[in-house]
Each structure stands twice: as structure tokens, then as C-alpha cells.
Design a protein around this ligand. Structure first.
Ligand code: 13P
Length: 393
């Protein structure tokens, strides 16, 4: 009977929060909370700030503008509108995005590539300051990209841990308050145990290092859309990947209240004939997340992964039809920028029009975050898919 009356001290849930408890001496017959040493929470001197930053990014009706394409990827986007990949053209495009009036109503954070973090408008105002004045937190892509993973089934791993602590400290000084690390998992190529474990371990080390340096880590194991598999297969892989990610986040004592997640939505593979409605995508995705993600995490900020602008917004809207344990929102690049880029076309006269189309997309996703979006009146351009096999970022 005494055993049944023991106070409930749950080791499992405490460890889950990035806290550590020492078990009572084996000889004790009745465990009480006094027999445990005080909780130690690791996040260090930035703990309060990290929680504040994460919660302000995960705020009602707002999400993230991902504009952190590497120079090579930005070059491909510029080439699609006939522009050369020069620093001046990248600067002009990023200026258009960072200075769109009123963007902060819908956008709470913007992820930048390193070059952009240090760039300014043509009038000499730092992009970081333009964002901050608009109520948008500047973020920074800190990974160094994907390379082949030796010993795997033609899969990849993400580089960037060497020197990450000192780079992160510099980015913080420059104004960044959150970070992004994108690694990928391929379904048609496996995924192998090795690739999933490597992805999860890298994300966890990066998350711990970011928190030590005042940056809220966005944890992004992108499960690529490539493949003919159905939605059930994506669900199984997503559950496995997130299981592994949280296992290693806990082992690295990452404080869950100070992170954000950037998952792929659970959808059928891009080449699967059996398509899924937004309601089905929402049901599968939310089921997966509820099974794997503790409510201590403030925000789930989805990537768009090659879905069309309208599809990504409809799916997000379907996920916000009833309350969730976390803020469920967006961190889109392609699904926020596609129409903007086409409207601009590299012509200075079109800057205002392009900024208006950015606000239209941002507002649509803001409404989807609130569960109030309807696709009525959306343009044909916004309905075009953007899937590219083997897309790199
Ligand atoms: P997409 O929304 O284009 O998939 O971009 C995701 C991403 O990781 C950018 O930060």
C-alpha cells in the first residue's frame, strides 16, 4: 500500500524538460521530493531571454519569413527572373523584403543568410535595424550545408559545428536572436539508421551551442518531399525522426521552452498519385506532432518544402481549426517569396508592387495561423507548385 501512496516524482518528464534529477539513495523506503537534489536547468545566462524571444516569434497571427537562401540558391532564384547572381542584385532583393512597410504585423522573425546579416539598405541602414524597427526578430542560418554521408545509402549530413560557438556569439553581437540549422532526411534513400541518428545528433549539438550563445535554435530536420511513397510512410518516418531528435535534444540538456521547430508537413511523396486534402495533411501532421513534441516547446513553424503558396497556406489553416498545445505557424521561403520575386522581376519600378504581394502572402498565412484563411481570389501564380527534386538550400 505504501508504494501506491508514494509522491509522484516523474524522472522521465523532468529529464524531458532538459532538467536533471539525482535519484534518492537506494535504501530509502519512501521517496519524497526532499530526497532529490534541486533541479538544475542548463540553459545558462540567456535562459530568460531565450524564452522571451521564442515566445515573441511564436506570437498570435505571426510567423517567420525565411529569406536565408545561400548565395548559390539565391542565384538560382535570381536566374529564374533573368538576373545575374551579383551581390548588388541579392542586396536589392533583400532590401525589398526587409523594408516592406507593415510586414511586422504578420511576420515575427526573418531568417537571414550571413551576407544579409551584415548588409545595409542603399541609404546605409542595416537590414537588422530595419527588421527590428518593424518588430521582426533577425535570425541567422548557421549550418554550412549538406555533404554526402559516408557509409550511408547515398544520404547526406549537415556540416557546421566546428567554430559554431564563436560564430554564434558574433551573430548575436550583430543583432541575431535566433538561428536555423537545416538538415534533411530522404525517404526514397532509406532513411538509414545512420542518417537519422546523424541528423538528430547534429541538430541537438547545434541547439545546445545556440542556447549557450543567446540564439533560439530552430530545429529543422526536413523530411524531403521526393518520392512515390504514400502519406502513411511519411508519417512513420516523421515519427522516427522526431523521436530521435528529442532523444538527443534531451541528452544535450537543451531547454525546450527556448527552441522552435521547423518540421515538414506530413504529406504523400511528391510523385505519389494519391494526393491528400488539407484536412488529411492536418490530421496526420498534428497526430505525429502530438505523439512526439512536448507542450513545453512554444512554436511549430512549418517549412513549405516545394508546396505551392496556396497549398502551404491551406494546409496551415487546416491545422489551426482547433486549439493546439503549441503555436502552429509558418517559416516559409518559397511559399512566401515566389509571387514576390516574379512581381519584382528585377525592375526598381516594381518594388512597391512586389512588397504588396509579400504583404498579401504574409497576411494569408497570418490568417491561416488563426484558422481563418480562405483561398478565394488567390492568383494562378500562387497556386503553382514549386517542388524541385533534391532541392538544396
Ligand atoms: P521552404 O519553405 O522553401 O521549404 O524553405 C524552408 C527553409 O528551410 C528555409 O529556411
Amino acid at each position: 500500500m505504501a508504494a501506491l501512496l508514494k509522491p509522484a516524482v516523474s524522472l522521465a518528464s523532468s529529464q524531458f524538460m532538459g532538467q536533471s534529477l539525482k535519484p534518492a539513495a537506494a535504501s530509502s523506503s519512501v521517496a519524497t521530493t526532499q530526497q532529490y537534489t534541486p533541479l538544475s536547468i542548463r540553459a545558462g545566462s540567456y535562459a530568460d531571454e531565450l524564452v522571451k524571444t521564442a515566445n515573441s516569434i511564436a506570437s498570435k497571427g505571426r510567423g517567420i519569413l525565411a529569406m536565408d537562401e545561400s548565395n548559390a540558391t539565391c542565384g538560382k532564384r535570381l536566374a529564374s527572373i533573368g538576373l545575374e547572381n551579383t551581390e548588388a542584385n541579392r542586396q536589392a532583393y533583400r532590401q525589398l523584403l526587409c523594408t516592406a512597410p507593415g510586414l511586422g504585423e504578420y511576420i515575427s522573425g526573418a531568417i537571414l543568410f550571413e551576407e544579409t546579416l551584415y548588409q545595409s539598405t542603399l541609404d546605409g541602414k542595416k537590414f537588422v535595424d530595419c527588421l527590428k524597427e518593424g518588430g521582426i526578430a533577425p535570425g541567422i542560418k548557421v549550418d554550412k550545408g549538406l555533404v554526402p554521408l559516408a557509409g550511408s545509402n547515398d544520404e547526406s549530413w549537415c556540416q557546421g559545428l566546428d567554430g559554431l560557438a564563436s560564430r554564434s556569439a558574433e551573430y548575436y553581437k550583430q543583432g541575431a536572436r535566433f538561428a536555423k540549422w537545416r538538415t534533411v532526411v530522404s525517404i526514397p534513400n532509406g532513411p538509414s539508421e545512420l542518417a537519422v541518428q546523424e541528423a538528430a545528433w547534429g541538430l541537438a549539438r547545434y541547439a545546445a551551442i545556440s542556447q549557450d550563445n543567446g540564439l533560439v535554435p530552430i530545429v529543422e530536420p526536413e523530411i524531403l518531399l521526393d518520392g512515390e511513397h504514400g502519406i502513411d510512410r511519411t508519417l512513420a518516418v516523421a515519427e522516427k525522426v522526431w523521436n530521435e531528435v528529442f532523444y538527443f535534444l534531451a541528452k544535450n540538456n537543451v531547454m525546450y521552452e527556448g527552441i522552435l521547430l521547423k518540421p515538414s508537413m506530413v504529406t504523400p511523396g511528391a510523385e505519389c498519385k494519391d494526393r491528400a486534402s488539407p484536412e488529411k495533411v492536418a490530421e496526420y501532421t498534428l497526430n505525429m506532432l502530438k505523439r512526439r513534441v512536448p507542450p513545453a516547446v512554444p512554436g511549430i513553424m512549418f517549412l513549405s518544402g516545394g508546396q505551392s503558396e496556396v497549398e502551404a497556406t491551406l494546409n496551415l489553416n487546416a491545422m489551426n481549426q482547433s486549439p493546439n498545445p503549441w503555436h502552429v505557424s509558418f517559416s516559409y521561403a518559397r511559399a512566401l517569396q515566389n509571387t514576390v520575386l516574379k512581381t519584382w522581376g528585377g525592375n526598381p519600378e516594381n518594388v512597391k508592387k512586389a512588397q504588396t504581394s509579400l504583404l498579401i502572402r504574409a497576411k494569408a498565412n497570418s490568417l491561416a495561423q488563426l484558422g481563418k484563411y480562405s483561398a478565394e481570389g488567390e492568383s494562378e501564380e500562387a497556386k503553382k507548385g514549386m517542388f524541385v527534386a533534391g532541392y538544396t538550400y
